[in-house]
Design a binder for this molecule. Structure first.
Ligand SMILES: [Zn+2]
Length: 219
């Protein structure tokens, strides 16, 4: 993993000293290897590359939690010496803080910007799962719990090999739903659908048009 000096400050700051940057970069290694059969060549389309950036921010978000609250999360505050960090918005459950939705992708063609849409959806999925199941302080080293942050990371990882090569928002979402079916018998199906649908990735979403519909048995 190659880490770099950031030249936004004087003296320059080392990305290797900021945990969320390290977590972000490490997660590229994970998502590239686990998506689409392990070729390492399945996050090549612009949308799939965007998902890749999104998973990396979402994992950094997960790692940075120290209790069961779900505060807004900002990437890259240290390397920039700026509370606004390196993204356009904080990741937030509050749509007035982060208004990004599935349809936002229509206006975007840069992978980090597309990734912000996906990472914010996953921030909301995380908040929903922690709200439903609580939070484990030992999740970083103990994957056996039933708490929401443990469930989130299992589904995050399980979904990666279930999705096709060059996944889209739609197929990546479907992989989370399938992962929950496989591991938890679909116990979180409605929690997941509601979180995705809250940001436009509902049942009938397609072609980067928002939809807030959830399955009929989740209404
Ligand atoms: Zn990245």
């Amino acid at each position: 993993m190659r880490m770099f000096l950031w030249d936004l400050t004087n003296p320059e700051r080392d990305g290797a000293l900021e945990n969320d940057v390290v977590s972000h970069e490490n997660t590229h290694g994970l998502t590239n290897r686990m998506t689409g059969g392990g070729t390492g060549r399945c996050l090549q389309s612009t949308e799939a590359g965007g998902l890749g950036e999104g998973w990396s921010d979402a994992f950094a978000d997960w790692v940075e939690k120290s209790d069961g609250t779900v505060p807004d999360f900002v990437m890259g505050q240290y390397v920039t010496n700026d509370p606004a960090g390196i993204r356009t918005h904080p990741y937030s459950t509050d749509a007035s803080v982060n208004p990004l939705r599935y349809s936002s992708v229509k206006q975007l063609n840069e992978v980090h910007n597309i990734g912000e849409v996906w990472a914010n959806m996953l921030h909301n999925v995380y908040a929903a799962l922690v709200g439903a199941h609580g939070w484990s302080a030992t999740a970083r080293t103990d994957p056996t719990g039933s708490e929401g942050n443990v469930v989130f990371l299992h589904l995050f990882i399980d979904a990666l090999p279930l999705q096709p090569c060059n996944p889209t928002f739609l197929t990546a979402r479907d992989a989370w739903i399938q992962a929950d079916q496989n591991r938890y018998g679909g116990a979180n199906k409605c929690t997941l659908w509601k979180a995705f649908a809250s940001r436009g990735l509902g049942v009938n979403a397609k072609n980067h048009n928002d939809d807030s519909t959830v399955p009929s048995d989740c209404q």
